[in-house]
Design a protein around this ligand. Structure first.
Ligand SMILES: [Zn+2]
Length: 91
């Protein structure tokens, strides 16, 4: 099933991700992967296996997230999540 979530807020981020036409999970929604990574990073939850996360994502929708690497998206989201948490902790 194709993802039908609203990913308007992160289109800019996704445009800068590398393209991935051949990797595992290439049809998965990179925007959802980013959001899952962000959540895991913010909660410092390293227990999730990325393979499991990707397997449970919806298929990609059109626009910036199409054909972007979901692995890179997850990792970038995780990074941003950790950074946000660090900021929040310091406030
Ligand atoms: Zn999505």
């Amino acid at each position: 099933m194709a993802c039908n979530k609203n990913h308007d807020g992160i289109q800019q981020i996704l445009e800068n991700l590398p393209t991935d036409q051949g990797g595992v999970g290439r049809h998965k929604c990179a925007a959802c992967a980013y959001e899952a990574g962000y959540k895991a990073g913010y909660n410092l939850d390293g227990s999730l296996s990325i393979d499991n996360v990707l397997a449970n994502l919806d298929e990609s929708q059109a626009r910036a997230q199409r054909h972007k690497s979901p692995h890179a998206a997850y990792a970038l989201g995780y990074y941003h999540g950790v950074c946000k948490r660090t900021q929040d902790d310091n406030n």
